[in-house]
Design a binder for this molecule. Structure first.
Ligand code: PEP
Ligand code: CO
Length: 455
């Protein structure tokens, strides 16, 4: 294999990249970004890798979640705090149900670039470049708005830094202190159909903490600090390149824009630029795998991205949809088993279950999301594999983008608070309910052998 450098991706075909009209401006931006301080550190990245190694070995569980795409104008305190709260609440429920430590990884502080099915969009005879996320261009359907603007990479870096700064301050200030669940209690929980169950779990965790403290005669100090890690799709390669650095006293190169970048479905080509970038960085990485991924392709990815079988290095995030997972996943699990390599298996039950309502609104059904997850647990268990994590698109707000759940949201309710410009997210109640359903499932042992498809 040829030598890897932070720019070696440039010699490979790079899918899903914008065409910047001003090449000199792009170069200036990359140079500027390359000098700005990193967003995360190599030791945090190594800590996450160690924790993911535990998840690969069945000792921890990964909860990854957040917006499909973050928006620059939603970088505000309430939205960030709500996202942390819902992730924290879900993780508590999962700890309680799985009896495992949960690794919390947000889709935040950098989730600004989106892959699109077409390079252009045509409306009323006018064709413009597609909107590719706030870090590339702007959503309004005007020629000006859609011109890819490299300066938006600096704005994205700054928004990511502001987001992370607030998250770190909240956590340092005791926001996630398990002695004080009221700090992260979302007002909605009181009105949720799951309020009682959630508060039972919180009380039981509180009792356990108290018990531990009485037994040990000490305050369980670690419990006022709960880690959150960041992740985003490593899509926009000039941005990723500019933050990829060497650090003092550690070998190798780190992508310091996030702890855990992942390669999306549309950019996982073996000979493509994204795989080239990812093969050279020390971070723990994810790869989305879905329909079309065959064993030869997956083996190739294992060879290139996971050559040394380094613990915690690779997370495979499968996203087939409730109707396809039963056929598609088993051969890929067996393929990894034959390779002798260890990965974290993570189920993204969102991206294979997107559909349109009769009115053409993009949505997802709670039941399909849950059905894919349940099958995922079952398939891994049957094959002697461990499902080590889940990946959701969710928000701490009260949006109406996915249907179903305890409140029975219907297609007609979607218009009430549909905010996403891209994929539909679980709202806070649906997200918490999802965590409870998973936790119950795991707590009650092997699921019943129901029909595998919801079709
Ligand atoms: C996403 O995670 O938002 C996404 C685009 O997913 P995928 O690459 O799996 O389609
Ligand atoms: Co999405």
């Amino acid at each position: 294999m040829s030598e890897w450098t932070p720019t070696s991706w440039q010699s490979r075909p790079a899918a899903q990249q914008p065409t910047y009209p001003d090449a000199a401006a792009l170069e200036r931006t990359i140079a500027e970004l390359s000098c700005l301080p990193p967003l995360v550190t190599s030791w945090e990245i190594q800590t996450l890798k160690t924790q993911l190694a535990d998840a690969a070995a069945g000792r921890r569980f990964l909860l990854q979640g957040g917006d499909c795409a973050e928006r620059f104008d939603e970088c505000e305190s309430a939205a960030i705090a709500s996202k942390l709260k819902i992730l924290l609440q879900m993780s508590l429920v999962l700890v309680h149900g799985t009896k495992k430590r949960v690794i919390r990884v947000g889709r935040f502080a950098g989730q600004y670039a989106k892959p699109r099915s077409a390079d252009t969009e045509t409306k009323d005879g006018v064709t413009l470049p597609s909107y590719r996320g706030d870090i590339v261009n702007r959503p309004a359907f005007t020629a000006d708005a859609r011109i890819p603007d490299p300066a938006l990479m600096i704005r994205g870096y700054e928004r990511a830094a502001l987001t992370l700064n607030f998250i770190r301050s909240l956590i340092d200030g005791g926001f996630a202190d398990l002695h004080h669940p009221e700090y992260w209690d979302l007002a909605f929980v009181r009105h949720s159909p799951y309020a009682e169950e959630f508060h039972r779990i919180v009380d039981s965790i509180g009792d356990s903490i108290q018990f531990m403290e009485i037994i040990s005669g000490a305050r369980v100090g670690q419990l006022n600090r709960v880690d959150f890690f960041t992740s985003h799709e490593g899509l926009l390669l000039p941005y990723e390149q500019a933050q990829t650095r060497q650090v003092p006293r550690r070998p190798g190169w780190y992508n310091l824009s996030t702890h855990m970048p992942w390669i999306g479905m549309r950019t996982a080509n073996l000979d493509g630029a994204h795989v080239e970038h990812f093969r050279g960085i020390e971070n723990p990485i994810g790869v989305k795998i879905g329909p079309g991924m065959d064993e030869a392709w997956l083996s190739g990815l294992l060879d290139v991205l996971h050559p040394d079988n380094e613990p915690g290095r690779l997370t495979l995030i499968h996203r087939f949809g409730a109707h396809e997972i039963a056929d598609a996943l088993p051969p890929l699990i067996e393929c990894v088993q034959r390779s002798g390599k260890t990965v974290v298996w993570c189920c993204d039950p969102m991206h294979g279950n997107t559909e349109a309502t009769a009115d053409g609104i993009k949505t997802r059904k709670f039941e399909h999301i849950l059905a894919e997850l349940e099958q995922a647990f079952e398939i891994h268990a049957e094959l002697g594999s461990y499902l080590g994590g889940v990946h959701f698109e969710l928000t701490g707000e009260n949006v109406t983008e996915c249907t179903g759940g305890a409140r029975g949201l219907a297609d007609a309710d979607l218009a009430v608070a549909y905010k996403s410009q891209v994929d539909p997210r679980l709202n806070y109640e649906q997200a918490l309910e999802m965590a409870m359903r998973i936790a119950r499932r795991v707590a009650n042992g092997a699921p019943s052998r129901g029909p595998r498809s919801t079709r």
